[in-house]
Design a protein around this ligand. Structure first.
Ligand SMILES: *Cc1c(COP(=O)(O)O)cnc(C)c1O
Length: 341
């Protein structure tokens, strides 16, 4: 297979149309067989449920080339399971988990020419999503849905190494208690846009959201979970019913315990105690870990001892071990790396 003529190390994190995408429609109470298509456009009724009441959810994962030349993706079964949870919470039909994984495989195979080569730092970002396609005007779930998977090549998240970022404690809330913070719904992102644009205007890379009920506990950022490291090398990650269960964070917790022999605490984390941590990072599929050097809380600065030049030492070990597992340089736990071809 001949690769597309793309300058792999200089593509950004944006949408670039590829050859094929997967589509399946839900109608009369069942999903059709699904197929790959070359048509990148979606045509739906003007009154479709997604357009009126935002009945839509999504997933995100990556395909990439390992050191030994295989195209693989990372734990797609967990994306399938999480999308089931999202669909149920939004009263949408579940796309069967085995079909989800199979559709990911089909899309990656059909677009293998867009999977960046090993060592480029770039990946093929895969975006499964589902939306209400039939008309609704009274507030209720639609009758018809479309499940699609598109993919797009994306550049290395950090050009020239992972530099620590500065974030702010947001005055906005991301998720209500008993709300939808724990599912990957577009609505959570629509309402975060004003907060992130505001943070960027003020010179911050991200928002730290607190729990909406008491505003004393750390939740997450707009699209990544937190991990902290204590001065005695314990990994601490916030536990809450309103954060999105990041697959990267769950994988890092396993790596910390089983590969690095570190103690891990998943518990409530109070904003008051953040100043006592030694390291801080954000974890998600796109960057794996973004180190945080500084958190600003209404003028008060929390500066981590790891500083603004490099990842902290434990964060770095976690990052190198997980990316080593993903890239096939370190043996992966059973089932983590799905070989596509
Ligand atoms: C997708 C997402 C994450 C990261 O999850 P991964 O499975 O690690 O990519 C974290 N927080 C939010 C709000 C998200 O939507």
């Amino acid at each position: 297979m001949e690769k597309k003529n793309i300058d792999w190390s200089n593509i950004g994190f944006g949408y670039q149309q590829t050859d094929k995408r997967y589509v399946s429609n839900f109608k009369d109470g069942k999903w059709d067989d699904g197929e790959l298509t070359s048509d990148a456009n979606v045509v739906i009724n003007e009154c479709a449920g997604v357009l009126q009441y935002a009945q839509t959810c999504f997933e995100g994962l990556k395909a990439y080339t390992t050191e030994d030349g295989h195209i693989v993706c990372f734990r797609p079964d967990l994306n399938a399971a999480r999308m089931e949870d999202s669909a149920k919470r939004l009263e949408m039909p579940v796309f069967p988990q085995d079909r989800f994984v199979d559709a990911v495989v089909q899309v990656v195979k059909a677009n293998a020419a867009y999977v960046p080569p090993y060592g480029s730092g770039a990946t093929l970002y895969i975006r499964p999503y589902m939306f209400a396609s039939s008309p609704v005007i009274g507030v209720k779930p639609a009758d018809e849905y479309q499940f699609r998977i598109l993919c797009t090549p994306v550049g290395p998240y950090f050009k020239g190494g992972a530099k620590p970022i500065t974030i702010k404690v947001s005055d906005f809330d991301r998720a209500a208690p008993h709300g939808t913070g724990h599912i990957k719904a577009g609505l959570n992102y629509a309402m975060s846009l004003h907060a992130i644009v505001t943070a960027h205007e003020e010179g911050f890379a991200e928002n730290m959201y607190l729990d909406a009920a008491t505003r004393t506990k750390v939740e997450e950022t707009g699209g990544a979970n937190f991990i902290f490291v204590t001065k005695d090398n314990k990994v601490v990650t916030p536990k809450s019913n309103s954060i999105l269960p990041s697959i990267t964070r769950r994988s890092l917790v396993y790596v910390a315990k089983e590969y690095l022999g570190l103690e891990v605490e998943e518990r409530e984390v109070f904003l008051d105690e953040v100043k006592d941590f030694a390291e801080c990072g954000l974890c998600g599929t796109a960057a794996v870990i973004s180190p945080v050097g500084k958190i600003v809380n209404h003028g008060e600065e929390i500066c981590f001892p790891s500083g603004m030049d490099e990842m902290g030492p434990v964060t770095k070990k976690l990052y190198e071990t997980l990316t080593g597992i993903q890239m096939g340089r370190i043996e992966a736990p059973e089932g983590w790396v799905k070989v596509i071809e």
